[in-house]
Design a protein around this ligand. Structure first.
Ligand code: BES
Ligand code: ZN
Ligand code: ZN
Length: 521
């Protein structure tokens, strides 16, 4: 294993190999002939001839490049004729128009190459893509994006499949990137690896079923993080402490469950000065809906309702691993929303940590009920400057935005701007939903301070925004933003570098946000 100094010492013509996750990524000045597949990237306007890519393959590449059917649109791939060359396959790959190219396209292009190579049952490839797009790009960001595209696409969740089925789409063992630019690229690759390892860790946690991942399992994971890093401490509030603290809202949600409720607080110290930034994540390990039971087609994937908590835990891991200069809290209210004789009834009234009373208009609107206690508690105990919550909060957000952006809302325009920037650069996008003044009393109760569903109109209008309005009532001074990852956390379709299933949404967002907002010491 090379250390960072070795990486920064420059890249010799002999490629340097690094174990990154289950894939070795190497950097070499030339295209590496020892790999199974060669992908040659081409912009639509490129005038290159086959020779400029490879003297040995000139004719074949020229023939493929000039084929009428190969339009060079982004992601289009065309295999050359097979002849006597060192590769098992040579593929010309369209990169689209140069002006449309971005670091996100690097993620996508490399992701597509990983998926294609897996599909052909080869185990390695080399490509000129990052070398090709280096002009004008920030080499460090390019490195991050390259590692992310490769390692996110190499992920699979197949531990419950029989061995022979696991063999079918085996992850790649190696990729070689042609690169002749500066060392910032290697630095970026290293950062990208850290971020992806945390992201893939979240994908595992979210893909694992609810008969495995419950609050105790999450506690075990948090303990691992705390024991791995001296800079991280864990505080666990169990049922008795939650009762003592008066978190009646969280406890109400858990009332029908056999699994105990918990509030975990991971505390990372990365700076001698500076107030806390708190990340809070919804941790419902299964959301049946409670007595407002979810119907078939809506209940099946509800093991994913702890994706916010998992992303927050991963962000703390990233902060500790990268030694981010910031003091950070990862707050995770954990419980299960189940049906039982002991479960709360629709119409029950509970009292939250901050003393506000809440009528349970719908037992399925439980995420806000656990988060509101967590927000109020975190602010009272730690007085953070910033609080950002992540939650698979509303089906309405999936309807509004689908998979390719999380909804974000709040009142602090500077914080919202920072999150939008982090989302754009990392490819883990957020889209702002309007937090209009007119909605601010839509969650007011009639016989209690608040209702957990909207009491105006038909009750479902602007469902994601009214959920945010509810949460806002539990924040007093902190700069706060709410990120609804209901659609982005779990996909029903494959993407360029993320596949069907858990995506780890929020990890890149929070990691990039942290990297860009450190204390100046
Ligand atoms: N966990 C769900 C939201 C969700 C839906 C997440 C789809 C991921 C995919 C949440 O607890 C919920 O059930 N929300 C209700 C709120 C409603 C009752 C006001 C919803 O969106 O239907
Ligand atoms: Zn629910
Ligand atoms: Zn839920």
């Amino acid at each position: 294993m090379l250390n960072l100094k070795d990486i920064l010492n420059g890249i010799s013509s002999e490629s340097k190999k690094m174990e990154w996750g289950n894939m070795k990524i190497t950097i070499a000045k030339e295209l590496d002939k020892t790999q199974d597949v060669l992908f040659l990237g081409l912009f639509e306007e490129d005038k290159d001839n086959g020779k400029s890519f490879s003297k040995e393959l000139a004719e074949e590449v020229e023939e493929a490049m000039t084929r009428k059917a190969f339009s060079r649109k982004f992601g289009e791939m065309y295999g050359t004729k097979v002849s006597s060359h060192p590769y098992k396959k040579v593929v010309v790959t369209g990169l689209g128009e140069k002006k449309d190219f971005s670091v996100e396209k690097v993620r996508q292009a490399l992701g597509k190459m990983v998926t294609a190579t897996k599909g052909w049952s080869f185990s390695s490839f080399c490509t000129n893509v990052v070398e090709k797009v280096k002009t004008g790009a920030d080499a460090e960001l390019l490195g991050r994006a390259a590692a992310e595209g490769l390692l996110l696409a190499n992920y699979n969740f197949n531990k419950y499949l029989a061995k022979d089925k696991q063999e079918k789409k085996k992850p790649l063992s190696m990729v070689s990137l042609q690169w002749n630019g500066g060392n910032d690229f290697s630095e970026g690759l290293k950062v990208g690896r850290v971020v992806v390892e945390a992201t893939n860790w979240v994908r595992d946690l979210v893909n694992e079923p609810a008969n495995v991942v419950n609050s105790e399992y999450m506690e075990k994971m948090a303990k691992q993080v705390a024991s791995q890093y001296g800079s991280v401490k864990l505080k666990v509030l169990n049922k008795a402490e939650l009762e003592k603290e008066g978190m009646g809202s969280l406890l109400g949600v858990n009332a029908g469950s056999q699994n105990p409720p918990k509030l975990l607080v991971l505390e990372y110290t990365g700076s001698k000065k500076g107030k806390y930034t708190a990340f809070l994540g919804k941790g419902i390990t299964f959301d049946s809906g409670g007595y407002n039971l979810k119907p078939t087609k809506y209940i099946e994937d509800m093991k994913t309702d702890m994706a916010g908590a998992a992303a927050v835990m991963a962000a703390v891991k990233v902060a500790a691993e990268l030694k981010i200069k910031k003091n950070l809290l990862g707050v995770m209210p954990l419980c299960e929303n189940m049906v039982d004789a002991t479960a709360q009834h629709p119409g029950d009234i509970v009292r939250a940590y901050n003393g506000k009373t809440i009528e349970i208009g719908n037992t399925d609107a439980e995420g806000r009920l656990v988060l509101c206690d967590a927000l109020a508690y975190t602010e009272a105990k730690y007085a953070p400057e910033v609080m950002i919550d992540l939650a698979t909060l509303t089906g309405a957000c999936v309807v509004a935005l689908g998979y390719y952006a999380a909804g974000v809302m709040g009142t602090d325009t500077e914080l919202l701007g920072k999150l939008k920037d982090a989302g754009e650069v990392s490819g883990d996008r957020v889209w702002e939903l309007p937090f209009f003044e007119e909605y601010q009393d839509w969650m007011d109760g009639s016989i209690s301070d608040l209702n957990n569903i909207s009491t105006k109109g038909k009750g479902y209008e602007a469902g994601s925004i009214t959920a945010g309005v509810f949460l806002a009532k539990f924040v007093e001074k902190a700069k706060w933003a709410h990120v609804d990852i209901a659609g982005s956390a779990y996909w029903m379709v494959d993407g360029a570098y993320l596949s069907k299933g858990a995506t780890g949404s929020g990890v890149r967002l929070l990691s990039y946000y942290l990297m860009g907002n450190q204390e100046k010491e």
